[in-house]
Structure formats: structure tokens, C-alpha cells
Design a protein around this ligand. Structure first.
Ligand SMILES: Cc1ncc(COP(=O)(O)O)c(C=O)c1O
Length: 391
């Protein structure tokens, strides 16, 4: 009889820098300490029951088998109509829109589709945590360009300087997680001008597109779709999870010119193949009414204002929150701890969890700023504010 050796072969990790994320650390600590979790970005309230009914109807009707690889036509058409109405650019529903398993899968798929080993990809730090590992998995070289410290505005001189003949893509995220800034029309026009003479592609992460505040002051979401020179080179990524309060459904889409979509789908076909059928039909039916996403800015602006008013009574210095569902604060007047230490202290001693901005930088840059998420019931925000009032 041969001896069986239960030995798991040793691996060389592909992502040596990746460990347990701060989001998991803070959420675990928050649960352990019974803290109000304003760390991780997800709503603690329910979505519209009409949406659940629409998905349930699709399941009941037997729409439960594999959909087309690119997504069900009615949903792709609903997205094409919506983008055309809101941003003035009509994507072809057949050749230019693909339904994805959330924005996360959309972004990694776009990167795997276009980034060859050694290609450079520019990320603007602080940035969402999936971008860098995605580029590394594709064998790309991450080029980090900081947003301006303090204001988090794009520094176009630095962006221009970072572009080389090896630059394959730049990832832009507006409204921005974590800083809650929103790119202006002038910003997008400048980006368009900088990219015009290059072959650099744009991955435009627009998951918070419907959370832009202060429209009365002229602030609107500046989708890359509005700018022909950008749309022609862009993968535009959006997420139904954010728009409809269903982050756990993991469904989104990518809109991109046909030539880019063709390459995108070659990877999509083999990393996810298709996305949840009844949810796609349910969303398509629900999207017939534009009101839910048109009402979203006012819905979140009210929560932002409630939260800011309460925070205004503390010694935190409030940064602007122009869009997304985040509010950043400067902690300098409240504590001498570094950002991560402060967030742990705040969770343990005050009972409110937040996320350090250093988590969004490759080098852990610490500027004494932490992020709260206000996508929470008013009662949750009020409980958090009562606790934070001690600061
Ligand atoms: C900037 C940004 N991009 C992408 C995502 C991922 O979206 P999804 O849940 O649809 O994968 C998030 C979620 O937090 C995000 O904040």
C-alpha cells in the first residue's frame, strides 16, 4: 500500500501586499463592541419593495436559467435609454453594454481585457481598494498619482507627467470614494484634452452617479459619457447595488464603445459568463420608472445634512461632501492618534466605527482624516451622533 501524504503544496502568492482589509477589521471590531458601523459603505435600510416584487415576479415566471452572456436585452435597452436621456450619449444596447456581477467584476474584467504585462495604469490616490490588486493580477504596473492633499481635487500637472508611452489606462472615480468629491465639467474637459493625443483608455468608475448633491449650486454628475473624446476611450462602470440600495445583489454594468466591449466580453465570458437572470428582469421592469434614481440625490442629501449638522457640534473639522454617501472629517482637534489608531479607539471607546483614509493609499499616507458612511437609517445616524457628541 502506498502512503498518502496530506501535504498542501506551497504557493507563491500573486498578491503579497493583500491581507485582511481594514473594512473587515473595522466591521469585526464594530460587531464585537456593539458599535454603530459607519465604516463599511452599505445601507442599513431596505430597498423599495416594488423592486423585490419585480424580481420575485421574474422568478415566479420561470426566468431562472442562464441569460445571454452579455445580459438580458430588456435591461441593456433600459440602460441605453437611461444613459442617453441623462448624459446625451446613446450606447448600442447590443454591442456596447454588458451586465456585470457588480462594479467590482466590471473593473477587474476591463483591466484584464486591456492591460498587458508591463503596461502602466494610473490610479489617483486615495482610491478604491480593488484597483491596485486588479492591475497587479493583469501583470500591469501601478502608477500612483495623488489627488491634492486637503482638497482631493485632481492635479492635472501630475496626471500629465505620469503619462508615458507605456500608459494603457487611467482609472477615475467620481463621485469619489473615499473623499466625497465630485469632478466638475472643467475637470472632465481637462482630462479629455490631456488624453486626446494619447492611446490611454479611461476606466470611469461612476458607481455613485446618482448621489451628487447641491444641484442648486450647479453640481451635477459629469459622466464620461457626456464628453465625446472621453466616451470614445472609456469603460463606464455603474452599480445597481448603490443606486437601488441592494449592495448584496452584486449587479452592475459596463458601457463602452463596441471595439472595447468586444475585448471586455472575451474576458467576461470566462470569468463570470452570465449574471443572475431574475434580478436582471426585475431591474429592467423597475427601471421603467425613473423617479427612484431621480429622487436619490435629495434622499441622500437630507441624510448628509442631518449627519453634518450633528457632526458640526463636535470638534471634528468637516470636509465637503459633494457626492457619494461618505463624509470625511479631520480628527486633529479631537485626537493625537493616527487615523487607524483613532478608528479603533472610536469603535471601542465611543461605539462608532469609521474608516481611516490611510487604507486607500499604497504607502498608508496619514493626513488625520477618517471616513464615515451616512447611508444609514436616521435612527442609526442619530445614535451615532449622540455618541460622537462627546468629542
Ligand atoms: C468606488 C467604488 N467602486 C466600485 C465599488 C464596487 O461596487 P459593487 O458592489 O457594485 O461591486 C464600490 C463599492 O463600495 C466603490 O465604492
Amino acid at each position: 500500500m502506498t502512503t498518502v501524504h496530506e501535504r498542501t503544496p506551497k504557493l507563491q502568492t500573486k498578491l503579497p501586499a493583500v491581507g485582511t482589509t481594514i473594512f473587515t477589521v473595522m466591521s469585526t471590531l464594530a460587531a464585537e463592541k456593539g458599535a454603530v458601523n459607519l465604516g463599511q459603505g452599505f445601507p442599513d435600510f431596505e430597498c423599495d419593495p416594488k423592486l423585490v416584487n419585480a424580481v420575485t415576479d421574474a422568478m415566479t415566471q420561470g426566468l431562472n436559467q442562464y441569460p445571454p452572456m452579455t445580459g438580458v436585452p430588456v435591461l441593456r435597452e433600459a440602460i441605453a435609454d437611461k444613459v442617453a436621456t441623462l448624459y446625451g450619449h446613446r450606447y448600442d444596447a447590443n454591442t456596447e453594454i454588458t451586465i456585470t456581477a457588480g462594479a467590482t467584476q466590471a473593473i477587474i474584467t476591463a483591466i484584464l481585457a486591456v492591460v498587458h504585462p508591463g503596461d502602466e495604469v494610473i490610479v489617483l490616490e486615495p482610491c478604491y481598494d480593488s484597483y491596485v490588486p486588479n492591475i497587479e493580477l493583469a501583470g500591469g504596473v501601478v502608477v500612483r498619482v495623488p489627488l491634492t492633499p486637503g482638497t482631493f481635487r485632481p492635479d492635472f500637472d501630475k496626471i500629465s507627467t505620469a503619462i508615458t508611452p507605456r500608459t494603457r489606462a487611467i482609472i477615475v472615480n467620481s463621485p469619489h470614494n473615499p473623499s466625497a468629491t465630485v469632478w466638475t465639467e472643467a475637470d472632465m474637459l481637462t482630462l479629455q484634452e490631456i488624453l486626446a493625443p494619447t492611446d490611454v483608455l479611461l476606466i470611469s468608475d461612476e458607481v455613485y452617479e446618482h448621489m451628487v448633491f447641491d444641484a442648486a449650486e450647479g453640481r451635477h454628475h459629469q459622466s464620461a459619457a457626456r464628453f465625446p473624446g472621453l466616451a470614445a476611450r472609456a469603460f463606464i462602470v455603474s452599480s445597481f447595488g448603490k443606486t437601488y440600495h441592494v449592495t448584496g445583489w452584486k449587479i452592475g454594468y459596463v458601457a463602452a464603445p463596441a471595439a472595447l466591449t468586444t475585448e471586455f466580453r472575451k474576458v467576461h465570458q470566462f470569468n463570470v459568463f452570465t449574471v443572475n437572470t431574475p434580478v436582471q428582469y426585475g431591474l429592467a421592469a423597475y427601471m421603467a420608472d425613473a423617479q427612484p434614481y431621480l429622487d436619490l440625490p435629495a434622499f441622500y442629501q437630507r441624510k448628509r445634512d442631518l449627519f453634518r449638522e450633528g457632526l458640526g457640534k463636535t470638534r471634528f473639522k468637516l470636509l465637503p461632501s459633494e457626492g457619494s454617501y461618505f463624509q470625511c472629517v479631520d480628527i486633529s482637534a479631537v485626537s493625537d492618534l493616527d487615523e487607524a489608531g483613532f478608528c479603533k479607539w472610536l469603535t471601542t471607546e465611543i461605539g462608532v466605527a469609521a474608516i481611516p483614509l490611510s487604507a486607500f493609499y499604497g504607502n498608508g499616507f496619514d493626513q488625520r482624516v477618517v471616513r464615515f458612511c451616512f447611508a444609514k437609517k436616521d435612527e442609526t445616524l442619530n445614535t451615532a451622533l449622540q455618541r460622537l457628541a462627546r468629542l
